[in-house]
Write a protein that binds this ligand. Structure first.
Ligand code: GAP
Length: 444
């Protein structure tokens, strides 16, 4: 029987993730730092693939988008004017007995501590922004914030980007970068952490066209996850109720993923109206209105914001890829674990495996690896039996294994094995790179 995500324990995937080098607890040798994670050799490739695939889809393949990379530290006024100093807060309650802290709005039953039943304090507002100091003097004048969203870097640069890129509405600015939130209840691995990466789009539109653009971005972003490997049945859309909209939003849809602990937000697509541009325009004294040459009028554009988490997306791609099935090549009834990553997300695209460590095979196998590696993320593996090496590659989701055997020395051809069908194809070494590239683009 094949086991999919819904039956898979989070611990099973986390243990594979640690063993094979996707994610490690940060500062592990000192006992770890709560809710902070480091990406290992495979995890960093997965995360880069998430970001590059997103950047390709939303910037390079579109005429109406450009990119930006703004600084993490911004003028403190940004966060006052954006409303984050005032509103970016969660209600915090603490148990008077065990002293655990909870978000009051997360508790199903707020009459007692969910851990020990003890009495809870009254909720107090807790601002989630991290503070630090700029320069040598640690006083209130030198206090700055670590950005809690990348979006503000886009809003305050809109005028610069418009002049530099000579764009007309509708158009958007995309950015990937770190954000920091002093979350009250981080957890579930990289799902909710205090330091994370966002991939955000601020899409500027004429007021009145905002609802149609919101719908089209919701559709676009939902399909992006499906196109890159997430099972459709594990995704759903949820519209925010009025009571849960962020202080800047008029409307918002969450794209939710069915994590092992339940449905939870992967990405939000919000209608931020002209809230941010109007606030910054009025507070800074700079005219941030757009001049519409056709309508011959100035106005503040409305903003549609698809905002996703890189770490959450990487976690969802990892969880959704996980499958266990009976190993067809095992007489002992062993289990085959496969990460069925979409080819674009797979950390390693092809591995080169000499049939054995025989010294006659090694130079040819090494030369073939050298041929492939400038083009694709590869691995060379010659340890243990070929069957075990196939399993190791399946377990990290490598789409293709290239086997070099004694026949290769005669006919200059290799066998390419497909991870998903386990079928094999004999191909000339001279065509190997172009065949692998083609199969990575279009499938087996
Ligand atoms: N600029 C809008 C904004 O920041 P958000 O819904 O608060 O909206 C957007 O965050 C995305 O960032 C979320 O959908 C999630 O993927 C990611 N994210 C937010 N908080 C996070 C956290 N503590 N840990 C990991 N990812 C987080």
């Amino acid at each position: 029987m094949v086991r999919y995500l819904e039956q898979v324990e989070m611990d099973t995937v986390l243990s594979l993730s640690k063993r094979r080098g996707f994610m490690f607890q940060s500062s592990d040798i000192y006992g770890g730092l709560n809710a902070t994670w480091d990406y290992g050799p495979l995890g960093v490739e997965l995360k880069r693939n998430v970001k590059e695939t997103w950047w390709g889809s939303v910037v390079r393949e579109r005429d109406d988008m450009v990119g930006l990379d703004a600084a993490i530290l911004m003028h403190p006024r940004v966060w006052e004017v954006s409303g984050h100093v005032q509103n970016f807060a969660d209600p915090l309650v603490e148990c008077k007995v065990c002293h655990q802290r909870f978000r009051a709005d997360d508790l199903e039953d707020a009459s007692g501590c969910p851990a020990c039943g003890g009495e809870l304090t009254d909720p107090r507002t807790f601002n989630l922004m991290f503070k630090t100091f700029m320069g040598a003097v640690e006083d209130s004048a030198s206090q700055v914030y670590m950005r809690p969203e990348t979006a503000q870097g886009i809003f305050v640069n809109l005028a610069n980007v418009l002049v530099a890129s000579r764009r007309k509405l509708p158009f958007g600015i995309a950015q990937i970068g770190k954000a920091f939130r002093n979350e009250i209840t981080p957890g579930n691995s990289t799902f909710r952490t205090r330091e994370f990466e966002q991939m955000e789009i601020e899409y500027f539109v004429k007021p009145g066209t905002d609802e149609a653009h919101l719908d089209s971005w919701v559709e676009e972003r939902f399909s992006w996850y499906v196109k890159h490997g997430i099972r459709k049945e594990n995704l759903r859309l949820r519209r925010h109720g009025d009571d849960e909209l962020a202080h800047y939003a008029r409307d918002c849809y969450d794209i939710e993923y069915r994590f092992p602990w339940g449905w939870a937000e992967l990405e939000g697509v919000a209608n931020r109206t002209d809230y941010d541009l109007r606030s910054h325009g009025e507070a800074s004294g700079h005219d941030l209105r757009y001049f519409d040459e056709e309508a011959k009028e100035h106005y503040y554009p409305y903003v549609i914001e698809p905002s996703g988490g890189v770490d959450r997306a990487a976690l969802a791609f990892l969880l959704d890829a996980y499958e266990e099935e009976p190993d067809p090549s095992s007489a002992k009834g062993e289990t085959r674990v496969v990460l069925r990553f979409h080819r674009k997300m797979a950390p390693i695209k092809a591995s080169v495996l000499p049939l054995s460590r025989n010294e006659k095979l090694a130079p040819t196998a090494r030369a073939i690896h050298e041929l492939v590696r400038p083009h694709l993320a590869t691995q060379y593996d010659d340890a243990q039996s070929i069957g075990r090496r196939y399993r190791r590659q399946d377990e990290i989701g490598t789409p293709f294994c290239v086997t070099v055997d004694f026949q290769t020395l005669e006919d200059r051809a290799v066998t390419v094995r497909d991870r998903d069908t386990m079928s094999q194809l004999r191909v000339p070494v001279a065509d190997l790179v172009s065949i692998l590239k083609d199969k990575l683009e279009h499938g087996w």
